[in-house]
Design a protein around this ligand. Sequence first.
Ligand SMILES: *Cc1c(COP(=O)(O)O)cnc(C)c1O
Length: 359
Amino acid sequence: MSPFWSPGIRGLKAYVPGEQPQGGGWTKLNTNECPYPPSSKALQRIAEAVDERLRLYPDPEGTALQQSIATHFDLTSAHVFLGNGSDEVLGHVFLGLLKHGLPILFPDITYSFYPVYCGLYGIAFERVPLDADFRVRTDDYRRPHGGIVLPNPNAPTGMALPLDGIERLLQQSPDTVLVVDEAYVDFGAQSAVGLVARYPNLLVVQTLSKSRALAGLRVGFALGDPGLIQGLDRVKNSFNSYPMDRLALAGAQAAIEDVEHFERITRMVIHSREWLATQLQVMGFECLPSSANFLLARHPAHPARALLAALREQRILVRHFEQDRIREHLRISVGTQPECERLVQALEQVLRLGAPANM
Ligand SMILES: *Cc1c(COP(=O)(O)O)cnc(C)c1O
């Protein structure tokens, strides 16, 4: 801590991203990236955008990308807000739409960035416990609040709330914003995008980082009523008018338009997820039913930390959260089929040898 720090940041608890190991040889199943390459059309458009035009600022609104996203989701450009990754979009959402005085609500087990934004922007929050099976109980959100944030599917459980549950939340709280973070929706959950035109209090946030294999490009977006989008524009234009660089705009547009590639890679991930879930269960793991590109699993006879360490020795990275209720779980991103097979072999070996009980 330096005396030069502003008082407001001294007590901040920042988000800790999953490890990005240096050097090769790792099987990386810890940050939910897509194991397949992005659309070759996207890569080509990025390459074509590398020229002398980089001396010019990009289009501050990202008009062409906005239009492609609008067309893809059957909405208009006025329903689309773009950001430098959906984390940035969410940051603007917390400041612009969720700071009203009353605490906002999100599940007790959820994306760990949400409390971080609350700390940064001074927003009160309450954690609403998921039920014993890690499901969202919509009735528990019937209490005074300043807004609700919900990943669907939830992270790190992978479990999805059906669309009628989302609609129930919208109807029971018409005077506050419901933010549905659909980072993983393309791996098998129902999207709430179709409700955007009917509910002025619904904001859906998506990202190109997971299902479009472009985590390195940093592109996210929000879809909502033009009134909500204008509020977000105000925050964005008070922070950074050009969040989307020229290369990101070019690549993202091609990625959104390459539906065939997107459908192929999400299908492959879903296929491997189902295979991996079955294999884990055969080995005695309890696995939550996932609609995402990861599995949350625990083994009743093997502590999570021991498994984590044993996998690490085999240069396989998975994620562990030091948090009540999921302390004994591991979150495993679904890799390519060979990567999933490698994980299963490693786990079979670890379970056979027995991981040390109290690491
Ligand atoms: C990965 C993730 C995001 C952030 O994605 P970006 O890479 O910043 O677009 C947002 N929400 C959840 C729940 C995520 O898992």
